[in-house]
Design a protein. Structure first.
Length: 387
């Protein structure tokens, strides 16, 4: 199954969906399939369910057996449909099916690579940058990426529900007038009910100095059925921006395109954050295909992340040199909108650092010697008063 069957042949797609539904003792029904709550209730979470879904490798069986000790596994039926059941190197499969390699700890691996715990000012609120905060809204996702930066927290049941923490969060924001930007993440905030999300966003928006509110979400990729007119109305009401997460073009299915259309038509600005992953998207053409597919559904590629050095993710990480090679292979070779900023979230809490091949060869006496995408050099001369 090399292409997205839903896009290629609706009859094949229906047959695969029926196979998936029968694993749960049901037959395929379009109305149920398109109900996001049904999708959440029928996630793949048990080894015996995966045995019926995929031809598992020994490494995957061992990975599934140890998830209760390390990091939960869950895959929505929607995302499961995209997995090639016969190919262990399927780029969708590598993102969400655990492997034995997750038990390996390599040099530089960290439990909290972004240093969020150090910068937590009240439970679930991280204040690192001068004017921005991160609010961890909840610890649940529709599915679990095997490279999750917050695997220490997500699905672990240690984060108190937001209603118990919200008063303290709002009090901190009200007292810190330097904060103008709030990012809600987690877990996935779009799994909250419309009423709860409306309440949370409303209380944040009521603070006069908060200018910008964002939500980080992989729901449009993992669970596009969640994007309903009612949800879009809440996001539009509070003028929210969405930072989405896509890693491979195969994820941009017709259902995902419809979800993104609903969001974009509702006036919600959409950007995408892609994690660079070995065996998933670590070649120029694969990244180009993804970024072009995103632009077609009005999602702007924003960041290409070097995979964080989370414990047990060495088998999914590329070298930094590879990342520089890939971003250099994009810049100038496709439209600028399709070229995100390649960044490393500096381990230990240093924040996002842009990474690129050297473009300023020299800068002396008011003259900059520049190297372009094709390797040619050009001069830029400062105005006389600055020389």
């Amino acid at each position: 199954m090399n292409e997205n069957t839903a896009a290629a042949d609706p009859l094949i797609a229906s047959a695969r969906r029926d196979e998936i539904c029968r694993i749960f003792g049901e037959s395929y029904d379009p109305a149920r399939w398109n109900d996001w709550r049904w999708q959440m209730r029928h996630r793949f979470i048990k080894p015996e369910q995966f045995e019926k879904l995929l031809r598992l490798t020994t490494s995957e069986r061992r990975g599934l057996a140890m998830t209760h000790e390390k990091f939960a596994v869950a895959i929505t039926p929607h995302f499961a449909e995209l997995i090639d059941p016969d190919d262990p190197n399927c780029p969708i499969r590598r993102q969400v099916v655990p492997r034995e390699e997750e038990l390996l700890v390599g040099p530089g691996d960290m439990t909290d690579p972004c240093g969020e715990d150090h910068d937590e000012v009240v439970p679930g609120l991280v204040h690192r940058y001068p004017d921005r905060v991160l609010l961890l809204a909840l610890d649940t996702c529709a599915a679990y990426c095997r490279y999750c930066t917050r695997s220490r927290l997500v699905s672990q049941g240690e984060l108190d529900p937001l209603p118990r923490r919200l008063d303290a969060v709002i009090a901190y924001l009200e007292a810190h007038t330097e904060v103008r930007d709030v990012l809600l993440s987690g877990g996935d905030p779009l799994l909250m009910s419309e009423d709860r999300l409306d309440e949370v966003l409303g209380r944040i928006r009521a603070i006069p100095h908060i200018e910008f509110v964002r939500i980080g979400s992989r729901v449009p990729s993992f669970l596009p059925q969640r994007i309903t007119p009612e949800l879009v109305a809440v996001l539009r009401k509070h003028r929210v921006w969405l930072s989405l997460h896509f890693c491979h073009a195969r994820e941009v299915t017709p259902d995902v395109a419809n979800a993104c259309d609903l969001l974009a038509d509702g006036g919600i600005p959409l950007g995408s954050q892609t994690v660079l992953l070995k065996g998933v998207n670590d070649d120029v053409q694969t990244l180009k295909d993804l970024f072009h597919a995103l632009l077609k559904v009005r999602v702007r590629p924003y960041y290409l992340y070097q995979c964080d050095p989370v414990v047990g993710t060495g088998h999914l990480r590329t070298s930094v040199a590879k990342g520089i090679e890939l971003i250099s292979g994009l810049r100038g070779h496709t439209t600028g909108y399709a070229v995100p900023t390649y960044v490393i979230d500096a381990p230990g809490g240093g924040g996002k650092v842009p990474i690129q091949a050297e473009t300023i060869v020299s800068y002396e006496n008011g003259q900059a010697l520049l190297r372009n995408w094709a390797g040619r050099t050009y001069s830029y001369v400062d105005p006389a008063e600055h020389a």
